[in-house]
Design a protein. Structure first.
Length: 346
């Protein structure tokens, strides 16, 4: 396939790009290179004849039309999005413009291209979203593809809106779409504003390790390379108009994630005291969802996919990657908001 990947210089998008090229697919990486993007994320495949890069903003429809015409992709994998909940609390406008209006532009550009090409049977528009659109769970239960949407943050609301647009373009215009909603990703190349990289880098710096509230929020942790594998499977074999929840089958409380990382660092890079001594409980995020958990039955039963990496294995691999790739994360420390507490303006 020739795959047009939006947001391919970001965390999840770059994992998709690397895996797709490795598997022999041609990839067109479309990325605006905003603050969380880094072309170093795809350096391992950048010299491949199968790889092309277009610096383009999905908010610019005219540029998107040019990219589609120039590269003529077989499928689209739409990952480009503003994704940090804390930033959405402080500045929701960017999330509306990119996640909603940008997705609208992508849908319209893809539809125009699909029609102009004679509506080829193999064309797919794969929209990648999040389990956060479903809101929050109590102590029991899991999200299914039929769970009602109930987003609680500007970020999740903007992603919910984009999901609805994709569904509507399929139902109204017949655009061949598939959709996925994933649980929390982690792994190599994770931009240092999310929980796991923040914990690793704060620990190494000897700084307080911030834990929101009491750290009792529960997430289902999905290793990013497992996620990329699932996404490529869905775009190839998923049923049109269907959504698939992708989970890691690895539920853990935030405080347990933090303490596990500290233990791994104690073994790999011991300091003068246990890293857990640096844990600091801070004021919770406004509207912080208590628990997410995904029922992955559909993707398992229909497509035969299950995650291959346990959270214990994935955390060890992730910590080791950050220890081995200091040049990568050092270069990002001066970007806006990195290392700061965001999301408190509410």
């Amino acid at each position: 396939m020739k795959i047009l990947v939006t947001g391919g210089a970001g965390f999840i998008g770059s994992a998709v790009v690397r895996l797709a090229v490795t598997r022999g697919h041609a990839v067109v990486n479309v990325d605006a290179l905003t603050y969380a993007a880094c072309l170093d994320n795809v350096a391992s495949v950048a010299d491949s004849p199968l790889y092309a890069f277009e610096q383009a903003d999905i908010r610019d429809r005219a540029v998107l039309d040019r990219v589609f015409a120039a590269h003529r992709p077989d499928v689209v994998m739409h990952l480009a999005a503003e994704s940090h909940v804390d930033r959405s609390i402080d500045g929701p406008g960017d999330f509306i413009e990119t996640n909603i209006n940008g997705t609208y532009n992508m849908l319209e550009a893809a539809r125009a291209y699909w029609v102009a090409e004679g509506k080829p049977a193999g064309f797919r528009f794969h929209h990648i979203s999040t389990d956060e659109v479903f809101g929050t769970l109590g102590d029991t239960g899991q999200f299914t593809e039929d769970t009602p949407y109930a987003p609680n943050s500007p970020y999740s609301a903007s992603k919910a809106a984009s999901d609805h647009l994709v569904r509507a373009w399929h139902e109204t215009y017949g655009l061949p779409v598939v959709m996925t909603n994933c649980s929390n990703n982690y792994g190599p190349f994770h931009f240092p504003e999310k929980l796991i990289p923040v914990v690793i880098l704060k620990a190494l710096a000897g700084a307080p390790i911030p834990v929101y509230g009491q750290g009792l929020n529960v997430r289902d942790w999905l290793y990013v390379e497992d996620h990329a594998d699932a996404l490529l499977l869905v775009v190839e074999k998923g049923k049109l108009g269907r959504s698939y929840n992708i989970g890691g089958e690895n539920e853990m409380r935030n405080i347990d994630i933090v303490q596990t990382i500290c233990t791994i660092l104690d073994e790999k890079r011991p300091g003068n005291q246990a890293y857990a001594e640096q844990i600091s409980y801070v004021t919770d995020r406004p509207g912080h969802d208590l628990r997410y958990a995904i029922d992955p039955s559909r993707i398992r039963d229909e497509l035969g996919w299950r995650p291959s990496v346990t959270v214990e294995e994935g955390l060890e691999k992730t910590v080791q990657w950050y220890l081995d790739n200091e040049d990568w994360w050092r270069a990002l420390q001066d970007r806006a908001g990195v290392g700061e507490r965001l999301g408190v303006k509410a």
